[in-house]
Every structure is written in C-alpha cells, then in structure tokens.
Design a protein around this ligand. Structure first.
Ligand code: ZN
Length: 776
C-alpha cells in the first residue's frame, strides 16, 4: 500500500471545494490524568475507587418520641442518641445538625440572599424582604447526658457542638438526650422549604410532611473530618447511618406514614383497615386501598381530641421522615425484590385523585424494579410516595406533586410531571439514601446520578415518555449560555448559579453520553453497578465514582471528567473542510489526454474570448517555419519511455496491489475543528449517491495530540453526497449548523410586525411584551 501510494500521484477532483487550513498547534492537557486534582488514595479509599481495607464510618442510633400539636401546628420531641465512634480518632466534641434554625431568626439564608425592587412585586416577594422569622427555629433545646445531667453545648446557627465530659476514644460510644420543640412552618407560603404543613381551606385540615425535624448527628469522615458546613438551603444533607425507633403521637383520626416499618398496626388501624393491609401484603398486581377516599372525606369533617401513637422501626437508614393528616387515602401493594417483599405505598388527599390512586403506587413499584436492575436489590421493607405539592426525598418515604384540576381532569403534562417526580424521589432511595454521598458539598453526586437513573426508568416506563433531562441535545441551551453564568459541576451546592441545569441535567446528560457514546452500555452498566455495589451503605466521594468507572471498564476517562465535571466548555465540533481524492490508476494514454485537456483549459481565459469577438482585432500570421519547429514536439503524445515505465510499474505490483489499483475508491480527507473546547468522539454519517448511508465512529483520542484541529481520511467505495457530524445528536454539540458538508443552513425564524415607534425598541431587544412577561 505504501509503495503504491508513493508511486501513484493523487489527483484532486472538484466535487468539494478544497482549501488549505493552518491552525495553531494546541495542547491544553485535556488528555492528561487528573492526578493531583484528586484526593490521594489511602487505607480508607483505594486508588481503584473502592473502600480501603481500613474503611470506617460512624454510626448513630436514635430512640425518639414526638408529639404533633395539630391545633397549634407545632411539635415537641425527645430523643436518645447513641453515637458510636468507629473512627481511629479520639473525639473531644460532637457536632449535631439543627436545620430547623435555618428557618429561624438567626438564619444566614435571608441575610445572604441578594434582593432588589422590581416594577412588579408579588406579596411573596415583599414577605421575603420584611418577614421576621421569630416564631420559627428551635424554641426549646435541652441536651443532657445519659444520667440526665445537662451537657455544655454551643449553638452556632444550624450547628450545635456538644462538649464531651471525657474524650470519646476509638471504638467507644456516647449516649446523650435532647428535648426540643418548634413551630411548624407553612411550606406552601413564603417560608417554603422542604418540611412543613399545607393548609386546606376547603375542609380546614392540615397535611404535615415532617423532615429535618430532630437534632441529627453530623458526619465525621476520613475525607472531611466533621462536615459542619452551615445549612443554607441548597446544600442538602450529610448524614450518618443508624437504627431508629420512633414513636409518633398524633390526633387519633390522623393517618401516619414514615420511614421504616409500622410496629403496632393492630393498635392504630381499624379492623377493616388491618384486613385490607394484610391483603395488600400479598397482592403483587395492583394496589389495595387501605383507607378509601370516602373514609378520608368522612374523617376530614371532625377533629378528634383523642391521641394515638404510631410506632416505627427502621434499620440502617441515614434519616427519618414522616407525614400525618386526617385527609390521607392510603394504598399499598407488594413488590418482589431480591427474594423479599417490599411494600410500595402511597398516601394522598382527595385533591390528588384520581391521578395518585391510578398511578402513584404503580410508579413506586416500577421505580424499585428499574433502579434495582441498574444497581442492587432495594434493601428496605417499604417505599412510600406522598402527595404533598412538592418534591423531596427521604429514606423509604418521599413527598411529591401532581394534582388534577378541582373537577378531576388533568393534562398530559401534569400526569407526566407526577410520574417523573415520583420516579425521581423514590429513586433517591438509591442515591443518596443508600449510596450515601455528602449532599452539603456536592448536589450533583445524588441529583445528577439520580436524574440519570430517572431518565432510564422513565424510558422503561414508556418508550415515548417526554423525559426533560438525559438526552444530550436537551443540555445544549445551558451549555450555550453566557460564560459568566456557567460553573463546573464540581462546584459546592451553595455556589451554583443555575442549580437545575448544573447539578441535575448536566451530570445526568454526561452519564448518559458516557453510557451511549463513550463507553457503550455493556462497559458502562457493569462499572456503574460496581460503583453502586461498592458504596451502598457507605460514604463515597467524587473520586470514588471517577476511579471506579475506569477501574471496572479499562476506559481512560480522565479527559471526560476534566471536560464535563471540572470544566465549563461546551461541545462544538465543526466540519472545517472536506477534500475528495482519487487514486491515479490511469494508463499513459489517459494521463496524456488529461494533461492536454488541462493545458487547453490553462489557455482558455477571458481575454481570448474577447479577442475572438473583437472586430478590430489585427491578426498577425505566425511564421510557418518557426511554428513548425516549435510544434514538432508534442508533449501530449505517449512516448515509448512512458509505455515502458508503466509496464514496469504494473509488473512490480503484487496481485493484491493490482486489485487495489483496479478499484475506483474515493478518499475523503476531512478536517475537523474543535470550536467549543470540550473534546468528544467524532461520529460521522456518510450519505451515498445510491441512497444508502453508513456511520463511522472515531474515539475521542483522535484529539490527543492536537486538541483544536484534526484531519482524517475516510476511504469509501461509494460516492458521498452528504456528510453529517453527530447525526443522532449524542454529543450535545451546541452548533449543529457546522455539522454538515456540504453546509446545510438551519433556518431560524424571526417575527414580522408592522413598523411603528415600537419597532425600534423591539429591534434592540426590548420588546415591551416580553419585558412584562419576564417580570411575572
Ligand atoms: Zn432530587
């Protein structure tokens, strides 16, 4: 092949315009290993991304009694916390989280929130400026040792330090008690936030979703020490695994759902409900309604002054949440998971029907099956979806939205929004409830992974499900947004400007691209499962994910983590140039003929044509003798030497080379430009003159020596009529107009309107109609 190409000159033919391009050689280390950007591996976390041989984590066990005051919307509780120091370190104090104080008077959240006055202000905007949170945050907070003696504590906003009477040595445990109370906030009103109540004016009842409702141990780890970064609202939770016994006292006509398993069903359920519950535990095909809508509506009418205590137990959970209301309808069905039965359940008020009754529990069951197939069998005994007009996750229980209109009708958008949020929040059981990452530091570690899993589960629910996040092209508007509004995925939760796109959509999209385009499903699925398996019921860091994905697949992904997780550059690859070459396999006669045609063409220029047509032209006869002399040598005739050379060349060829000579191959030399900066594989579709097409996939490493421009030859038997870069929109390329050769222009539409004074304003982008809308 080498000899052949060396001997045969290549001829350019003019199907595509060819012009030389020079680009600066560029090496911005996009392919270098992350090295010092990652934490050093050690005995706790290995360089392969797995827990090390001396891995440890702390444990906190809780026994809690809590009472809900429905008349005053407040709770009071007392807990006994046993903290087990599994670390090799001696601790002189403990840090406890008091998230409820983030809603209180001493909260940094409103103080550090920027504010400004607009021409249109809602009541809620105003409340945000003038509201004083004096009624909220912990009202009573008493900390005592196991014998009931007060312990010295220091409360620093949302964190409380307990100074230990004696240092807590490695392997020892310490037990302390806390008593507390606080007023529950209206989470539908200005305060908002995750936990709180919703008041229903129609029947005068409350629906409580209780989360971050008790003083909880902060995480002490090998990679962070105490995670005692203040709770500001965005960076969620860093929590310790442990076992819980929680006794919840509520009005006797309330229904309670919670993390864990109900221990005293026969005491809190009616005989009929208990019967239905026992039926549900053996029903695998459809939810069984345990408290019906009619029964719930009947209960809404009264307000019991009697009390009931619901007893729950939960093992190996990082948190505990619960919900209570007399408005609740309750249904449940059993789902097989790893040889065990899990109860998929839903709690919802009549306002959420008929949607929740129809879909909620079925979506819970689907989510458990889908997520388990990509990670590990769901290990907990229950999974609950509560309709609470929001979306928030806790172990075994989550709060979701999706209500029909008051007449019971609903749009496809409301239905799909409900299905999406239930999948998402139930899915959080896997990340971060079981694969217990530090949400206070990294939102993407649970939201990004979970949104990626949500995309797969949605598509498994319905192949045509209108998933909002996951497909590559859906991240393009974000990747195209102004540079000063972008930050890397590796940004602390509190500092993110565009929270949804940065912490949910971009990491989810990156993982989807990794699966579909970079690694392929087989390698990706194995490695992702390995990460989930290694870190279930443990505390992973970003390094553990990055390392495991490489360790289990033999795919070097440092360039990918650099580009997608540590950088803000978008993908924008352009087809810069295409040149078509043909191999010169002509006989001497054919060659000479072509040379003559070229020479004739050389002398065919505009003046000749004008001269021929010019009537005043003076024709000077050439001297016939001189003329003959110069034309006696015809450079376009084939000489015996030409024939001999050709014969010798042909004789030197092997049969394989001769066969190649005989083929009419097309050599497409394509130059690609990396306009965006983020390197990605090159995916090319060749459309042929005969109507067929073919896709070539070039791994990303083609960019490793020149990250700004690369050239590659594609050899095709067929004649190409169209080349398309990234034809299936799998790389999130932000400028698809440069992905076609020949260029195909993608029309954008502009609006026509009658010229008037307003037209000037509109042409400078200050359309008054638009302005009014953006202030809403
Ligand atoms: Zn989430």
């Amino acid at each position: 092949m080498k000899k052949l190409l060396a001997l045969a000159a290549l001829a350019v033919t003019g199907v595509f315009p060819a012009f030389a391009q020079h680009s600066e050689q560029n090496h911005a280390e996009r392919f270098e290993q992350l090295g010092p950007m990652l934490r050093s591996p050690n005995v706790y976390r290995t360089a392969s991304g797995a827990p090390g041989h001396m891995y440890w984590q702390q444990q906190a066990n809780y026994v809690i009694n809590v009472e809900l005051d429905d008349a005053n919307q407040s709770i009071k509780g007392s807990e006994k916390v046993t903290y087990i120091n599994n670390s090799p370190d001696q601790l002189t104090y403990l840090w406890v989280q008091l998230e409820e104080n983030q809603r209180g008077a001493d909260s940094d959240s409103p103080k550090t929130a920027e504010s400004s006055i607009g021409s249109r202000m809602t009541l809620r905007n105003l409340e945000g400026l003038i509201w004083a949170n004096e009624d909220f945050g912990y009202k009573v907070l008493e900390v005592k040792d196991a014998k009931g003696n007060p312990l010295p504590v220091t409360v620093n906003k949302t964190m409380m330090r307990i100074d230990l009477p004696a240092p807590l040595k490695a392997g020892e445990s310490f037990t302390f008690g806390v008593e507390w109370s606080f007023n529950i906030t209206d989470r539908v009103g200005y305060v908002g936030g995750r936990p709180g109540y919703e008041y229903f004016e129609g029947d005068g009842n409350y629906l409580y979703t209780m989360a971050e409702w008790f003083p909880r141990m902060a995480v002490y780890s090998d990679f962070e020490g105490w995670q005692n970064k203040q709770f500001m609202g965005s960076g969620e939770f860093a929590l310790v695994f442990g076992n819980y016994e929680v006794n919840i006292t509520v009005p006797a006509d309330h229904m309670v759902g919670a993390t864990g398993e109900l221990q005293n069903a026969s005491q809190v359920l009616s005989a009929t409900e208990l019967n239905r519950w026992n039926t549900a535990r053996k029903t695998y095909d459809a939810p069984v309604v345990i408290r019906t809508q009619d029964e719930a509506i009947e209960l809404e009418k009264g307000k019991s002054t009697a009390k009931k205590t619901w007893k729950f137990k939960a093992e190996n959970v990082r948190d505990f949440a619960w919900t209570s209301s007399r408005k609740f309808i309750w249904d449940a069905m059993a789902v097989k998971q790893g040889g065990k039965d899990v109860m998929a359940m839903s709690y919802y008020a009549k306002e959420a029907n008929p949607l929740y009754g129809q879909y909620s529990t079925r979506v819970v069951a689907h989510t458990l099956k889908s997520y388990s197939s990509h990670t590990f069998d769901y290990p907990y005994p229950t999974a609950i979806s509560v309709e609470a007009a929001n979306g928030m996750e806790y172990p075994m229980i989550c709060f979701n939205y999706g209500r029909p209109d008051p007449d019971g009708t609903y749009s496809e958008a409301v239905k799909n929004g409900m299905i999406g949020v239930i999948i998402h929040e139930v899915g959080h059981n896997f990340f971060p409830m079981i694969v217990n990452s530090d949400e206070r530091q990294w939102t993407w570690m649970d939201e990004g992974l979970n949104t990626f899993m949500q995309f797969m589960a949605e598509q498994e629910w319905d192949r045509n499900f209108p998933s909002r996040r996951g497909p590559a092209h859906k991240i393009v508007p974000y990747m195209r947004s102004a540079k000063n509004t972008l930050e890397p995925i590796m940004t602390n939760s509190e500092n993110i400007i565009q929270f949804g796109p940065n912490a949910y959509a971009k990491p989810a999209t990156a993982l989807n691209i990794l699966r579909e385009t970079v690694m392929g499903r087989e390698l990706f699925d194995y490695a992702f499962k390995e990460y989930a398996r290694r870190w279930k019921f443990k505390h992973p860091t970003p390094e553990d994910l990055f390392r495991t994905m490489e360790d289990a697949s033999a795919v070097d992904l440092d360039w990918f983590w650099r580009g997608w997780f540590y950088g803000t550059e978008p993908v924008d690859i352009a087809i810069e140039n295409v040149a078509l070459y043909k191999m010169d396999n002509r006989t001497p006669a054919e060659k000479k003929e072509a040379m003559k045609a070229e020479a004739d063409r050389e002398e065919d220029y505009v003046s000749k044509e004008f001269n021929r047509n010019d009537v005043k032209e003076t024709v000077v006869e050439a001297n016939p003798e001189t003329h003959d002399f110069y034309t006696s040598y015809n450079p376009f005739t084939v000489t015996p030497e030409d024939e001999e050379n050709y014969k010798q060349f042909m004789a030197s060829l092997s049969p394989k080379e001769k066969e190649l000579m005989g083929r009419d191959l097309n050599f497409y030399e394509i130059t690609f430009k990396n306009v965006g900066g983020l390197v990605m594989p090159i995916i090319l579709e060749f459309q042929y003159a005969d109507g067929t097409s073919e896709i070539d996939r070039i791994p990303v490493e083609i960019w490793r020596k020149n990250e700004s421009q690369v050239t590659k030859v594609f050899v095709k038997e067929k004649e190409v009529t169209q080349i398309i870069l990234d034809p299936k929109r799998e790389t999130a390329d932000i400028d698809e107009s440069s992905n076609y050769w020949p260029r195909q222009y993608q029309p954008s539409r502009f609006e026509l309107f009658k010229g008037s004074g307003a037209a000037r304003g509109a042409s400078t982008g200050s359309n008054p109609m638009k302005k009014a809308k953006s202030n809403q």
